[in-house]
Design a protein around this ligand. Structure first.
Ligand SMILES: NC(=O)c1ccc[n+]([C@@H]2O[C@H](COP(=O)([O-])OP(=O)(O)OC[C@H]3O[C@@H](n4cnc5c(N)ncnc54)[C@H](OP(=O)(O)O)[C@@H]3O)[C@@H](O)[C@H]2O)c1
Length: 440
């Protein structure tokens, strides 16, 4: 917490020139110490976004959710630093009635391991010292948009120290929280299904020359573009020139998707997308269409897909694709649904989530991808964030952080108060009552 250190240096300086501040400095340092240790030692309840009943109006930030006390063998208790917001979170609130209400919403988090279950590897997971990133399960026994959560240590990734060392951890965690769901899905699409590995420099293009990423200005599309760019950049020049990465988005986001890797941006809101795609592909049709839009894009996908074209469906798109029609053009469809991985109850599939996380973190550490975070919200605004996502025009990723800089502001408020009214009139309890900082 770099900023806090600076504040303390500043206060130290004032103590030097104004001795009466020294007393206050000691009070504040003690307070900070108690506050930081409080969650571990005494707290039994926590803040959490709890859905009482289906529908968004029943989603509330509560203070009384129990902090999990018992851990299963492979579980770790995690102090959450930041959460990532995804369309699946609002869809779950709106459309996926869960049998057992209430439950705490959310899936993507970054946090610090607080406690280990009995079978968790103690060398890899250090209590109070290991930063982890994960995409959670719909069926976890506790939810994720909370101060603390539990997760199976076999299905999460450890964030390498080089990513946050010497930096403001709260800030780094906020950016990392943008990664899990969207980047894991993009990884699954580009590397696992399409098998477009950047390492293989002499690969045959396998006829994959025209690749469309729809909703490329969103989270999933943005990561898919970045991974495709990495693959395209790794090709020998004459092959690279043949590959078109075509993004669909509105005009205002054209420059952004080009920076992420698109060679062409098509404005879906003003252009005839099918016609434009036919022009760009010399009427051959596209080889891969990564659809991140759903039902309303179906006609565009099917009309623009070329011979042996591959359609990647990451969003609900209805049932009637017409297998015969696909067959007549030797086309195929891949369905991708990363948040349902845990429902497979297949250990190997669930372990893949850790693999995706580890791989994505490597790309991130090497600055090959950005987290796409366009806005960091305070945790109290998670519900607003979900409503923004429902509007379907968010650029990149929305995240919310639990660590707040309110503490710094409080110190300044106290300082100003004492400067004005004198130390005698200072009432610490009164000062802090209105500012209940969550962690740190
Ligand atoms: N299957 C999976 O595992 C998986 C994983 C992650 C996400 N998803 C799904 O993928 C979809 C995209 O998710 P996301 O996280 O990228 O965020 P998102 O919030 O759904 O995407 C927002 C972006 O979509 C663009 N957009 C809206 N309508 C469009 C249209 N008709 N054509 C082209 N672009 C359009 C907007 O661009 P403009 O503002 O420029 O219009 C905006 O930047 C969601 O439905 C989500 O549930 C699935």
């Amino acid at each position: 917490m770099k900023a806090n250190n600076n504040i303390f240096r500043l206060i130290g300086f004032w103590c030097y020139i104004k001795p009466k501040i020294l007393q206050l400095f000691i009070i504040i340092t003690t307070f900070k110490f108690i506050k930081e240790w409080q969650p571990k030692a005494t707290k039994v309840t926590m803040k959490a976004w709890r859905l009482e009943q289906p529908r968004v109006e029943n989603l509330h930030l509560v203070n009384d959710d129990p902090i999990p006390q018992t851990l299963e063998d492979y579980e770790v208790l995690i102090k959450v630093l930041a959460v990532g917001l995804n369309p699946v979170d609002y869809k779950r609130v709106k459309f996926r009635p869960k049998e057992k209400y209430p439950f705490v919403v959310g899936l993507d988090i970054v946090g610090i391991v607080e406690k280990r279950g009995s079978k968790v590897d103690e060398n890899s997971f250090v209590e109070g010292g290991t930063v982890v990133l994960l995409h959670g399960s719909f069926e976890n026994r506790v939810g994720y948009f909370a101060e603390f959560t539990l997760h199976d240590s076999r299905y999460l990734s450890i964030v390498p120290k080089e990513i946050y060392q010497g930096k403001d951890l709260a800030e780094v965690a906020s950016h990392l929280a943008g990664l899990p769901c969207a980047s894991f899905t993009a990884y699954q699409i580009v590397f696992n299904r399409l098998r477009l590995f950047p390492q293989d420099r002499h690969q045959d293009l396998r006829g994959l020359k025209n690749i469309v990423v729809s909703a490329a200005s969103g989270g999933l599309g943005g990561f898919a573009l970045q991974f495709l760019r990495i693959w395209r950049d790794s090709l020998p020049e004459e092959q690279r020139e043949q590959v078109k990465l075509i993004a669909t988005c509105s005009k205002k986001n054209g420059d952004d998707v080009t920076k992420l890797g698109a060679t062409h941006a098509v404005d879906y809101s003003s252009e005839d997308v099918v016609k434009r795609l036919q022009e760009l592909t010399d009427n051959k049709g596209v080889d891969v269409f990564i659809d991140n839009v759903g039902f309303e894009n179906k006609r565009i996908e099917l009309e623009s897909l070329g011979y042996e074209g591959q359609l990647i469906i990451s969003v609900e798109s209805g049932d009637n694709f017409g297998v015969n029609e696909l067959w007549s053009k030797a086309q195929s469809v891949h369905s991708i649904f990363v948040p349902s991985t845990y429902l497979s109850r297949n250990h190997d599939k669930m372990e893949q989530l850790r693999f995706f996380g580890d791989e994505v973190l490597k790309f991130y550490a090497q600055n090959q991808i950005t987290s796409l975070v366009s806005e960091i919200l305070p945790f109290e605004r998670v519900k607003d964030g979900l409503e923004m996502l429902e509007g379907r025009h968010v650029r990149g990723k929305l995240v919310a952080k639990l660590w707040s800089k309110q503490y710094d502001i409080k110190l300044f408020v106290i300082y100003l108060f004492i400067e004005k009214n004198g130390l005698k009139n200072f009432n610490l309890k009164k000062c802090f009552r209105k500012h209940d900082t969550m962690i740190g």
